[in-house]
Design a protein around this ligand. Structure first.
Ligand code: AMP
Length: 274
């Protein structure tokens, strides 16, 4: 596994990997969800990953300084997964002092996380566009755990005519249904025991809506159950899976998106309606 910490090292290492490179951008603190993306990339040819805790996607009161940084363990996990190249840029490389370009994505980036975390998706879209320019992958793999992020990246890639295929990969979960997340380590034992209730409610709401039950009644009851369990829901919404606009009936591909605070962290999850 080649490790690049400067752009010139990256270019040298990248050149050895041929045109059909798969790429997995991450912020590190890697778990089996990230590794599933690397495994999927690896199945189609050589794979690169990046680790960069991107300051521009954190709000002023968010956890940029406390975000877990576990580089040594991350590199061991990537090596074991068969990753061919790891890109570890520093902030000055990603954001030169005279930088003047930010990419904002309206449409799928406007609601939900976009409304609650102003600037978050601009930070994500800008850093991913830069990473695509540096790594020049043919395909990039993203987790459905961050479903809205995938739609934002797809739109950005298509709007900017970037020659990268965006590949979504299903969410990896704990045995009790909790979606793996680098921030789960900050859950107290008590909150960890409660956290799976988000996915339990997504699953039951998806089943009830698929059976034809009244959508707003189902969503309202789920929010009440989450609150009763001690979560503070930000949203629990039925959306068109492409536009992410709220809908009242299923028809086109449909998703339920949910976010809720639990103690000091926010849980984010979603489910498809079949
Ligand atoms: P992050 O390091 O949180 O920026 O995530 C890097 C990538 O891993 C993103 O594409 C995430 O959607 C994906 N990811 C995070 N958690 C999971 C999970 N539990 N299952 C699948 N992919 C995930």
């Amino acid at each position: 596994m080649q490790i690049a910490r400067t752009l010139s090292d990256l270019r040298r290492a990248r050149a050895k990997l041929g045109p059909s490179l798969g790429f997995v951008p991450t912020m590190g603190a890697l778990h089996s969800g990230h590794i599933a993306l690397v495994t999927a990339a690896r199945a189609n040819g050589p794979a690169a990953a990046s680790i960069f805790v991107n300051p521009t996607q954190f709000g002023p009161n968010e956890d940029f300084n406390r975000y877990p940084r576990t580089e040594e363990e991350d590199l061991a996990k990537l090596e074991e997964a068969g990753c061919d190249l790891v890109w570890l840029p520093d902030v000055a490389t990603m954001y030169p002092a005279d930088g003047a370009t930010t990419i904002t994505v309206a449409g799928p980036g406007a609601r939900w996380e976009g409304a609650i975390r102003p600037g978050h998706f601009a930070g994500v879209a800008t850093v991913v566009a830069k990473l695509f320019g540096q790594v020049q992958p043919a395909r990039a793999y993203f987790g459905e755990k961050d479903f809205q992020q995938i739609q934002v990246i797809k739109r950005m890639t298509s709007d900017l005519l970037l020659p990268v295929e965006v590949v979504p990969i299903p969410t990896i979960r704990e045995a009790d249904g909790l979606a793996l997340s680098s921030r789960n380590r900050f859950l107290s034992a008590e909150n960890r025991a409660v956290a799976p209730v988000l996915y339990t409610n997504l699953s039951s709401a998806a089943a009830e809506i698929a059976q034809g039950k009244d959508v707003s009644a189902v969503l309202g009851a789920a929010v009440e159950r989450l609150a009763a369990a001690g979560l503070r829901p930000d949203y629990f919404a039925l959306v068109d899976a492409n536009s992410l606009e709220p809908i009242e009936k299923i028809g086109t591909p449909t998703r339920i998106l949910a976010a809720a605070k639990l103690g000091p962290i926010r849980l984010l999850d979603n489910i498809a309606i079949s």
